[in-house]
Design a protein around this ligand. Structure first.
Ligand SMILES: Cc1cc2nc3c(=O)[nH]c(=O)nc-3n(C[C@H](O)[C@H](O)[C@H](O)COP(=O)(O)O)c2cc1C
Length: 387
């Protein structure tokens, strides 16, 4: 039996992923001062034990002010390196590649944690010691109704933000990450530059698509120069804005072509985040067609994400050539063992992808269960007599 497409390795520069299954970045809003500890080691480590090829650490603030919330992970100082290095080491020890998403939230910074109600932090709703802070963006366009107007970054301030991305990239290297992903999606700062809904600038960073792409591409150039040539750089994009009036898939294909020309290795094709709501088709694999368009038209490696919930669905995405990688967020939270389960479902029940501590024992149990047949109940004891 030939190896299913989903389970085949993929090499990007000098990094080989053991399979095509990726854990998408997922903010946990669960640290103080940006410092990860045991929670993140366990949260992310279980995905390596669960067989994923690449595990991407959540949106990680390149500056303290660029965090979405007070609970975000950070990489704006050297103090953040040891905790993240411990995670990267564990992922490597368990056969997964380690990725980190570097981010600046722009106008969506200074938010409340989702379980505190979301929206902007105010003096009235702030947790003790978690005061709101002023936000920045491409223009003074609030993130939504009820949000404060951000400060429109000056050209000098743009250089500072770009340099913060570079400094965080260097720290990601020191921490031992294999993959850096730049967050240019979901309505955060780089997306706020790309989208005509949030970028109303009249200087060389606003107006035409070319001008709106300028700052994100400057960040990409600077990060690519700082990130070693043997390691892949990914960029997450929103293929379309939530509103039908914003970025189009054609814009995103043009952006992806520029990314490719600048040495970006793969585009992680997500969607939405500006303009509220989602005025596009919604359902299983709803963003896969965007990944397929970017892959075909910009001729770049893509990662698909969004309501991918089944091993056969994930296999079809790769086998059909819609994307090279398949990322899961909520499904991975629900089943951290999704990848080992997918491997069993797509092969003849192989336990080979399981950690050695579990796989052989599960295979032995599998043979016994196969000879016993299914438990049919209601009696909890269902045995066969010795021969
Ligand atoms: C708890 C949670 C946190 C998320 N945090 C991030 C994040 O840090 N960066 C990001 O780009 N997307 C983030 N997302 C979006 C996911 O990466 C993913 O694109 C989205 O959930 C759709 O995939 P799914 O249907 O597999 O969940 C988050 C999603 C969830 C559920």
């Amino acid at each position: 039996m030939s190896t299913p497409a989903l389970l085949q390795p993929l090499t990007l520069r000098d990094v080989t992923l053991r399979n095509r299954l990726v854990v998408a970045p997922m903010c946990q809003y669960s640290v103080t001062d940006g410092l990860v500890g045991d929670y993140h080691l366990v949260h992310l480590g279980r995905f390596a034990l669960g067989g994923f090829g690449l595990v991407v650490v959540e949106a990680t603030g390149v500056t303290a002010d660029g965090r979405i919330s007070h609970g975000d992970v950070g990489l704006w100082s050297d103090e953040h390196i040891p905790g993240l290095a411990r995670i990267a080491d564990f992922l490597h020890a368990e056969g997964a590649a380690a990725g980190i998403q570097l981010a600046h939230a722009g106008a969506k910074a200074s938010s409340r944690r989702p379980w505190d109600g979301g929206g902007p932090v105010t003096e009235e709703n702030a947790r003790p010691g978690e005061a709101p802070w002023p936000t920045v963006s491409a223009s003074d366009v609030p993130a939504g109704p009820g949000w404060p107007a951000p400060h429109a970054l000056t050209v000098d301030e743009l250089s500072e933000v770009r340099d913060a991305f570079v400094a965080a990239t260097r720290r990601a290297l020191t921490a031992g990450f294999d993959v850096v992903e730049l967050h240019a999606a979901h309505g955060y700062l780089l997306h706020q530059f790309l989208s005509p809904l949030s970028n109303h600038r009249t200087d060389e960073y606003g107006g035409s698509l070319e001008a709106r792409m300028r700052f994100p591409l400057e960040v990409v150039d600077a990060v690519r120069a700082a990130w070693p040539a043997d390691r892949p750089l990914l960029v997450r994009v929103s293929a379309v804005d939530g509103s039908g009036q914003g970025i189009t898939i054609e814009d995103t294909v043009a952006f992806a072509r520029e990314l490719k020309a600048r040495g970006v290795d793969a585009v992680d094709v997500s969607g939405g985040g500006i303009g509220g709501g989602w005025e596009h088709p919604l359902g299983y694999g709803y963003q896969v067609p965007y990944a397929a368009r970017v892959r075909a038209e910009a001729e770049i490696t893509t990662m698909a994400v969004g309501l991918i919930v089944d091993a056969r669905q994930a296999e079809a995405i790769v086998a059909d050539g819609a994307a090279d990688l398949v990322a899961l967020a909520r499904e991975a939270q629900d089943d951290p063992n999704f990848a080992v389960h997918a491997a069993r479902a797509l092969t003849e029940g192989s336990y080979d992808l399981y950690p050695v501590q579990a796989g052989p024992r599960l295979a032995g149990r599998g043979r016994l269960l196969g000879s016993l047949g299914p438990w049919t109940g209601p009696d909890p004891v269902q045995v066969r007599e010795p021969a």
